[in-house]
Design a protein around this ligand. Structure first.
Ligand code: SF4
Length: 505
């Protein structure tokens, strides 16, 4: 054998033109890509879309059902020894995945293709030990279908992200954890968390919905007609090419840089084979002008009645120090205001003058005597005058590195509603309000803004309540059943990069 034939194949990324959401056209593109990559699904095959949220108000936030159906049909046509094929997800903003699947039109896909589906928050959670250098903690919990997948297919949506610049393939892993575990380290360490999740498993195949991409934000993105289906067999190389398509250096995207440093492959275009009927230059032309969402909170509210301030998050001395919590409360606030604007078109007109403070803020707060001032997050602190009176806000942040994820608790959306309702009722006459948590979730910040501005609540919108209520009770019932059904767990397959020992949760 000569040297050339023994060198490992380069990771491959295939860029195909796809002008619309024609399921059968998408199926054809994916079948050809699977052929080109020499892939045949086998064993337990799990497809992970991005359905962070869905429904009429969020048309560009999720992997479209036509796309997921095309991918599923292509996988079925090439199945070889598949014992199970399923679609699994944990949606965001504390809503049941059942609700998100319904809003995304997925139940019809399940019916037409006959595949199973998992709401990850309703399944047994499995502990995967981590041993790599620089890890945030020694183990991580994922749903059993993820831990047991033999053939894993990642099907993200091509979107910008206000916390991590972009959400392509690697970032889509945030939805492989239920809320209890997803919110652990979902703060200034979010990029490290996304890197750590990569050690759970790597996909054999990736197909991203870049037909109508999502610009600017991740829950409420603006549509950007890109007309592409991009596929590949190596997650880091795949994300690197997606970054180049929108003109971003992948080394500047922290979770990609961290995954690269952890040995997940290459970000170098010279080391990646790009094929397909669209060249990289042509894809870049299609994506020209695409905006990512990395805007600091102080700039985000310019021209509105909200003024935002931010200081450093905790533990920001020395190597790797951050001066802004990109993965936590400030970004959640950006998503929160955009969600509310969808449900109340008078949001900006109704909102009274309000000041919102994050982190260890050392400057002045320019609040009039009638302005509300809200300190958000466990780490927020401030010492100074507000409305002519001295105010002292101390950080209540505590280091979470030693917390055991096994004992992590989930906060129900109704509990969150009750908590925020009570806080703003009890403190209705107070100028200063502290909303604690790490992170304070998008849902809680939505609820807080609703109270501050007397706005229409998305959670009580008639269009949502109809689907939400049955989904909520089905989810809670399934969780109760899971508590009393201990399911034996088998060792992870070769897809997985974490340690082998696991235990039930
Ligand atoms: S409290 Fe919020 S801003 Fe502070 S570290 Fe936690 S997530 Fe970040």
């Amino acid at each position: 054998m000569d040297a050339e034939s023994t060198s490992p194949a380069k990771p491959k990324v295939i860029i195909r033109a796809c002008p619309n959401y024609d399921t059968f056209h998408i199926e054809g593109l994916v079948t050809e890509a699977l052929d080109e990559l020499g892939l045949r699904p086998s064993g337990k095959t799990l497809i992970k879309p991005n359905v962070v949220t869905s429904g009429e108000k969020f048309p560009n936030a999720y992997t479209r059902p036509e796309f997921i159906e095309g991918v599923t049909r292509a996988l079925q046509s090439r199945a070889d020894g598949v014992t199970e094929m399923a679609i699994g997800e944990r949606s965001g903003i504390t809503l049941p995945t059942r609700h998100a699947f319904k809003g995304a039109g997925y139940p019809d896909v399940f019916k037409r293709t006959g595949v199973d589906h998992y709401h990850f928050e309703e399944t047994t959670q499995v502990e995967i030990p981590l041993t790599h250098e620089g890890r945030l903690r020694d183990s991580i919990y994922v749903p059993r279908p993820v831990a047991e997948a033999d053939f894993f297919v990642n099907c993200p949506k091509f979107k910008a992200h206000p916390w991590t610049t972009v959400t392509f393939s690697m970032k889509n892993y945030i939805g492989i954890q239920d809320d209890r575990h997803r919110l652990i380290d979902h703060d200034h360490k979010l990029n490290d968390k996304v890197r750590d999740l990569q050690f759970v498993l790597q996909p054999q195949f990736i197909a991203i919905d870049a037909i109508t991409a999502g610009e600017g934000r991740m829950l409420t993105p603006l549509p950007f007609d890109m007309g592409l289906v991009i596929m590949g067999n190596d997650q880091l190389a795949f994300d690197a090419v997606c970054c180049h398509i929108i003109g971003i250096d992948p080394m500047t995207v922290d979770h990609l840089r961290l995954a690269y440093e952890a040995g997940f492959g290459t970000l170098d275009l010279d080391q990646i084979e790009i094929t397909g009927d669209v060249t990289l230059a042509e894809a870049q032309a299609k994506a020209e002008g695409f905006k990512v969402g990395l805007i600091r909170i102080e700039d985000y509210f310019e021209g509105t009645n909200i003024k935002a301030y931010s200081g450093k998050p905790p533990q920001t001395e020395g190597e790797g120090a951050e001066d802004y919590c990109w993965g936590g409360c400030p970004g959640a606030m950006q998503e929160a205001i955009e969600i509310i604007r969808l449900y109340d078109d008078q949001t900006d007109a109704k909102m009274p003058k309000t000041h919102i403070v994050f982190g260890d803020y050392q400057g002045e707060i320019d609040a009039g005597p009638d302005d509300r001032v809200v300190f958000i997050g466990d780490c927020t602190s401030f010492h100074g005058d507000i409305g002519g009176k001295p105010v002292e806000i101390n950080s209540v942040y505590r280091d979470r590195s030693a917390d055991d994820p096994l004992n992590a608790k989930q906060t129900d959306i109704f509990v969150k509603m009750a908590k925020v309702e009570k806080k703003f009722y009890d403190e209705k006459d107070d100028q200063v309000v502290e909303l604690r948590g790490c992170p304070v979730s998008v849902a809680e910040q939505v609820l807080a803004l609703v109270k501050l501005g007397d706005l229409n609540s998305p959670y009580l919108d008639p269009s949502e309540v109809k689907n939400f209520t049955p989904a909520y009770f089905s989810w809670r019932t399934q969780q109760a059943i899971n508590k009393i059904r201990r399911i034996p767990y088998q060792q992870p397959g070769p897809t997985h990069r974490g340690g082998a020992a696991t235990k039930l949760h």
